[in-house]
Unconditional design. Structure first.
Length: 114
C-alpha cells in the first residue's frame, strides 16, 4: 500500500510548513492528484486519518482535486481525454501517445487556523 508512504510524505510536508507556535491548528491540506497517478484516493484518506493522530494535523482533512488525464497522439496530433493506460487514439487508433496531464501529485496549500 504505497498510499501510506504518500500520507507520511503529506504529513511531513505540512509539518515543515506550519508555523511553530502552540496555537496553529491545521484544518486542511489541499492536494492535486492525477487520475493516472495510480493513487487510490480512499486508501490515501484512510492512511492519512490514521497517521495524523497526535500530530499538528490531527484536525486536518484532505481536500483532493482530481486532475483528468489527457494525451496527445504522436501519429495524428489529436489531443484527447485519457482515463486509463492502454487506451488508443480515438481518431487514428494509434497507441503511440504522450501523456500531457493526469500523473500529478502535489500539495497545493495547507490551511492553518491560528
Amino acid at each position: 500500500m504505497h498510499e501510506l508512504s504518500i500520507a507520511h510524505s503529506i504529513l511531513s510536508i505540512a509539518e515543515k510548513a506550519v508555523p511553530k507556535n502552540d496555537r496553529a491548528v491545521v484544518t486542511g491540506v489541499n492536494l492535486q492528484i492525477g487520475e493516472l497517478s495510480g493513487v487510490e484516493i480512499e486508501s490515501l484518506k484512510f492512511a492519512f486519518s490514521v497517521i495524523k493522530e497526535n500530530t499538528l494535523l490531527e484536525k486536518a482533512e484532505l481536500i483532493i482535486d482530481i486532475i483528468e488525464g489527457e494525451a496527445v497522439c504522436k501519429e495524428c496530433n489529436t489531443i484527447f481525454p485519457l482515463h486509463s493506460y492502454g487506451t488508443c487514439c480515438p481518431k487514428c487508433n494509434s497507441y503511440s501517445l504522450k501523456i500531457l496531464k493526469g500523473r500529478e501529485m502535489r500539495v497545493l496549500n495547507i490551511v492553518v487556523d491560528e
